[in-house]
Ligand binder design. Sequence first.
Ligand code: NDP
Length: 322
Amino acid sequence: MKAIRVHTPGGVDALRYEEVPVPTPAAGEVLVRIQAIGVNYIDIYFRTGLYKAELPVTLGMEAAGVVESAGPGVTEFAPGDRVAYAMARGSYAEYQTVAASSVVRLPAAIDFRQAAAAMLQGMTAHYLTHSTFPVQPGHTCLVHAAAGGAGLLIVQMAKMRGARVIGTTSSEAKAALAREAGADEMILYTERDFEPEVKRLTGGQGVEVVYDSVGAATFEKSLDCLKPRGMMVTFGNASGAVPPVPPLVLTQKGSLFLTRPSLAAYCASRSELLWRANDVLEWVATGKLKLRIERTYKLAAAAQAHIDLESRKTSGKLLLEP
Ligand code: NDP
């Protein structure tokens, strides 16, 4: 089968489209014939080496497809089942073995592309808005990169829960998409300083929570956008990793809370994974949650998907097809 692997971390030239053996499912695993692959920013971190993996590494954390075979001990899935998963590395491939405990069955109303577009960023938006900082009516949230893959879904879920949403993004076209997703106010943070804008939009009060996937470029000012006892949720590094922060800074800025969460820790049990995945897939099926699939590339053209994602050209989801 074909797969995209990295032997030495680096730029897009590090992506190699190569022939590898079809894996055999071990006990507790299923072998999935992949139909659609989700591209996520985390794939870039593994390509560049910001996140470490044993080399060579097959990139990709998310896909949807059909169970081809099941390893010993698997009772929940059988060949022919339509499934999807996230946070299982190795999805830039035609086949992948995945722990059956990480896999969810697809409802009939969801196709493979929708599933590959919804799982990782959808469950991320779910845990951020429902668990890390459970948004309530009356809250105001600041969502950075609000027109991104994760961003558009965070905006929609924060609105579903009754909050006011202030978003940031780099262009008018992206701002329009975030507004369509429900954002109440948008700030072009590449043109205006977002901190005084947030203060202005909140009558000087600040927001209850900042969802920040941009990282280094937005972190410090985001702390100044929070109300006393607000929560800074730094969950990504699109502009680079956030440097170390002395805890006293949190005191000085109003007894703030700071967290750096990951999806894996918020899908800690099978029941938690199923709660989040089933909510997301049901909301997509019923139209309550809208997906925006920006573009689908051939697996062999994964490098182009990375170039587009890194150059901030995209809004919503990028997919690969084997
Ligand atoms: P996006 O579609 O959001 O793409 C990244 C966006 O970040 C860009 O479109 C751009 O939006 C913005 N951005 C700001 N500065 C830069 C920069 N210097 N270079 C590139 N982009 C920049 O990607 P994803 O939805 O896949 O991921 C978003 C972030 O969320 C990533 O950091 C990812 O790691 C993180 N994430 C974290 C998870 C977790 O559990 N911790 C799970 C899922 C995602 P604009 O043009 O509007 O500025």
